[in-house]
Ligand binder design. Structure first.
Ligand SMILES: Nc1nc2c(ncn2[C@@H]2O[C@H](COP(=O)(O)OP(=O)(O)O)[C@@H](O)[C@H]2O)c(=O)[nH]1
Ligand SMILES: [Mg+2]
Length: 368
């Protein structure tokens, strides 16, 4: 008889730490001898996350072009594709960071329509402290706009457990305040204090995810107009670029330069950044640079430490601005960073848009 696949989805807003968490989980389960498949998701192709996870050696399938909830069949097909050679023991799924209502549109359909196939883990949602604390304190001008803040609140509301991430950067007082705010707004959910990067709290996360039970029961009462308008306030860009230079350049310097220059240009336009990511790929080597918001500086999250004559560069940007300004800023930043590296940029493909209104494949509004 076929075994049931453990389905673990980890949610959270853009830049919360989902990919970092999933990579750590994937490493752990692989080390334990399990067959692990990771499913990434985006509104467009050329995903930094997919490339970063594949480069780390994981088996990754991608649902590109629309989110899990609006392309439930794409999610199922991608999982099937991952299991062609050997049925996975665990599927780790990363939804789009601006998506919510995933319990009604993904977890419940999986439970009801595919009960024989999947065994569903608790749905954990990650909170990015700099972003979350402003919203939960009800500060004005927090979280891009009231409608985008609504999405973050709904994401946390439907969680079985909430992970306060990046505690490596926080003092005890800040952690305490966040715990209090989360408890106040979302009573009854386990709260884990973690650092996805450093691994703090990872044992507790594993324990949480191993629990058996009837999870994914917090179906939201949600206004799809506000949700859709909140998502559409973000400009969304995925670009793939070929970079060539007559002399070798440091790939990591190029990546941080692209993200740094882009952040500066966007700041100049008064456009608030949700998440900027860039990956450089050359002959099996890879590096990733990130920026996750106005309180943060660009950082090299995964270093390649190589000098290269050329590389593939993928840029993903989610920014509260119109797509045309975003695309212009990305082109200028990439071109300038390539000139700094002594090379040139050849833009291969760019998709730039505002996310369309979500129309879920399934939506189970009530629990059995
Ligand atoms: N300092 C710190 N950085 C983190 C932590 N978790 C994630 N990051 C960084 O935050 C950025 C966004 O993380 P990512 O996992 O891509 O977020 P996602 O958009 O939710 O998938 C990356 O630069 C990560 O290296 C953490 O616990 N501490
Ligand atoms: Mg991610």
């Amino acid at each position: 008889m076929k075994h049931r696949i453990r389905f673990i989805m980890v949610g959270g807003f853009l830049g919360a730490g989902k990919t970092t968490t999933l990579a750590r989980l994937a490493r752990h389960y692989v080390q334990r001898g399990l067959n692990v498949g990771v499913v990434t998701n985006d509104q467009a192709s050329d995903l930094v996350d997919t490339n970063a996870l594949r480069s780390q050696g994981f088996d990754v399938g991608e649902v590109a072009g629309s989110c899990f909830c609006c392309n439930f069949n794409g999610l199922m097909g991608t999982i099937e594709g991952l299991g062609q050679e050997r049925r996975p023991d665990v599927i780790l799924a990363e939804p789009v960071g601006s998506c919510t209502d995933l319990v009604a549109t993904v977890v419940q359909p999986l439970k009801r329509l595919f009960e024989a196939e999947f065994n569903i883990a608790p749905y954990a949602v990650i909170l990015k402290p700099s972003h979350g604390s402003r919203i939960l304190r009800n500060e004005s001008n927090a979280g891009f706009s009231p409608k985008a803040a609504y999405i973050l609140k709904k994401q946390l509301e439907e969680a079985d457990a909430i992970l306060i991430n990046r505690i490596d950067e926080l003092g005890p007082r800040e952690v305490e305040e966040l715990v209090r705010l989360v408890e106040e707004h979302y009573p009854g959910r386990p709260i884990l204090k973690v650092s996805a990067r450093a691994g703090t709290g990872f044992e507790a996360l594993l324990e949480l995810l191993e629990q058996e039970g009837d999870f994914g029961r917090r179906v939201l009462d949600i206004d799809y107009d506000i949700y859709a308008e909140g998502e559409a306030e973000l400009g969304w860009l995925n670009s793939s670029v070929r970079v060539c230079a007559p002399r070798e350049f440091e790939m990591d310097v190029l990546l941080t330069n692209v993200v740094g220059r882009l952040a500066q240009l966007l700041d100049g336009l008064g456009a608030e950044t949700a998440h900027l990511k860039a990956i450089g790929l050359w002959e099996g080597f890879f590096g990733v640079a990130n920026l996750i918001g106005r309180d943060h500086v660009p950082e090299l999250s995964l270093a390649s430490s190589v000098k290269v004559p050329e590389c593939d560069l993928i840029v993903n940007a989610r920014v509260a601005t119109d797509p045309a300004s975003l695309e212009g800023a990305v082109r200028s930043a990439v071109e300038a960073a390539c000139i700094d590296a002594g090379g040139t940029a050849d833009f291969r493909q760019t998709q730039c848009f505002r996310p369309a209104r979500p129309t879920p494949t399934h939506r189970f509004a009530a629990i059995d």
